[in-house]
Write a protein that binds this ligand. Structure first.
Ligand code: PLP
Length: 484
């Protein structure tokens, strides 16, 4: 049934290859619900891999609810396989730069973010229970004692050297060979992107963005007096390079920057292939448009290996790579960074005149965590949990939402993009679910043109019976709106 021997030259870990083959056989219907799959020992012999590799593969497939272990009997294909709804289709924007005016919807939603009595499914924050809070805070205390004078002094741009060394080391895993001098620390990823926009653009300029697009950046574009040029993106592969090329040619000279969330995009969950990242870098270079790349979710790949960044294909310094530890370690520490290519000096200067420096204590603590805190081990554990939970939430959406609802299938991160039948207005759904104590992110927030009326973004960082019940309630409210 299965080819003997795996091709060991692939970049995937072996257990993922084994898991991939079994899930392929399930998808194709070769292995059907209720079928017994080969025993661990047999499969290990057949595929010439270790027993532990097969155990790990089966445990992954259990997490994804494709296999179940039966005591004394072995592993079986789950009787009820998760029937995921189809993936969303993103409509095509007009490809004209437009002013952004989202403030009303944004304010409405932001007010509710601070209310602890609401179940917050609308914000893209990590699950606090999965953050190494005690360890981090211990390191904060220890490091501020160890470097007492430094901890209360300015760590002027480019920022804490040890932290930048650690970031440079980690960037190797994304395909980048950078020195600490090519990195500036920032107060989170948002500040990195704001600094980049301030350096690259002046009021009235246009910025090419994916659509749907992370709403905080739409607000930033509005506040800086810039125009947004929305480029369609797909939930699988991200920004359409064809549409981008067309839009750049059509709006020649007007576009001064392009922002792309290349890995596990918020809100679509899309992941650009290496080939597309390379093409994107080339295309923007040819048009002399700098790329601001946001890689904040890159470390949250459901595979053990993180994907590359577009910056790794940058030979001319045209890419400004922005990221932070807000999704993996501590959003409240406000530690991020930018590797700004040929704009390094300008970014350092802009950081200095904006707010002088990133707070020293949190830089010290994150530097120590990245060096000695077991960051990779932490990532391995949360990646698996987020993979399982996004699958569980997608499955529940398939069960409870109206027929015809589509949902994204991210390969990393923890947000889901849900496209409901066209008649459902997500702002109305927002109002109704707020009345029963739940918040969602309405689709209109993610576009300057009021697109995505029938879409919502949900946070799958937490999964428990209470969240499952909330998804059921949301599905019922969506059904009611549809019937009305
Ligand atoms: C794509 C993206 N970039 C940036 C941020 C915010 O980053 P930070 O908290 O590090 O400023 C978020 C948070 O939701 C995000 O989704």
């Amino acid at each position: 049934m299965l080819d003997a021997g795996l091709r060991h030259e692939t970049k995937q870990p072996l257990y993922e290859e084994v898991a991939g083959r079994i899930s392929y056989l399930i998808e194709q219907g070769t292995l059907r619900p209720g079928d017994r799959v080969p025993s661990i020992r047999n499969l290990s012999k057949q595929m010439q891999v270790s027993i532990n590799t097969v155990k790990e593969a089966y445990s992954q497939l259990e997490d994804r609810r494709l296999l179940e272990a039966r005591p004394q009997s072995g592993y079986y294909v789950c009787a009820h396989l998760p029937e995921l709804p189809a993936e969303p289709i993103v409509n095509r924007p007009a490809l004209n730069p437009s002013e952004v005016n989202l403030s009303n919807v944004y304010r409405l939603v932001m007010q509710d973010l601070l209310k602890p009595e609401l179940l917050q499914l609308g914000v893209a924050v990590p699950n606090p229970e999965l953050l190494p809070i005690e360890k981090l805070n211990r390191m904060l205390t220890r490091e501020t004692r160890r470097f007492a004078p430094q901890s209360v002094s300015y760590d002027l741009p480019p920022g804490n050297l040890r932290l930048r060394q650690q970031i440079a080391q980690r960037l190797l895993l994304s395909g980048c060979t950078l020195s600490p001098d090519q990195i500036v620390t920032t107060s989170g990823c948002v500040e990195a992107v704001v600094l980049a926009l301030q350096v690259l653009c002046k009021p009235g300029d246009a910025v090419a963005i994916e659509t749907p697009f992370y709403y905080n950046f739409l607000q930033v574009i509005e506040e800086l007096g810039l125009k947004a040029l929305e480029i369609p993106a797909s939930p699988r592969g991200g920004i359409s390079l064809e549409a981008l090329e067309y839009a750049l040619a059509r709006n020649h000279g007007e576009v001064k920057a392009c922002i792309v969330i290349s890995n596990f995009n918020n809100p679509l969950g899309s992941l650009m292939s290496d080939e597309d990242k390379q093409k994107l870098v080339k295309l923007l270079e040819n048009h002399q448009v700098p790329l601001i790349e946001d890689d904040i979710y890159g470390d949250l790949s459901y595979r053990d290996e993180r994907p590359s960044v577009a910056k790794s294909f940058d030979k001319t310094g045209n890419v400004l790579l922005c990221s932070s530890i807000s999704k993996t370690l501590a959003p409240g520490y406000r530690v991020g960074w930018i590797a700004a290519g040929r704009y390094q000096e300008q970014i350092e200067h802009r950081k200095m005149i904006t707010n002088v420096a990133v707070p020293s204590p949190t830089q010290l603590a994150i530097a120590e965590f990245l060096a000695n805190g077991g960051y990779e081990h932490h990532l391995r554990s949360i990646r698996r949990i987020y993979a399982r939970q996004t699958a569980q939430m997608a499955d529940a959406i398939g069960r409870f939402f109206p027929a015809g609802t589509r949902v994204s299938r991210p390969k990393g991160g923890f947000v889901l993009w849900v496209e409901m039948p066209e008649q459902i207005d997500s702002l109305k759904l927002y109002e109704r679910c707020k009345q029963v104590g739940i918040t969602i992110a309405p689709g209109q927030l993610f576009s300057i043109e009021g697109n995505f009326r029938n879409c919502i973004r949900l946070n799958a960082a937490c999964w428990n019976p209470c969240v499952e019940a909330a998804i059921e309630t949301l599905g019922r409210l969506a059904e009611e709106l549809l019937a009305a």
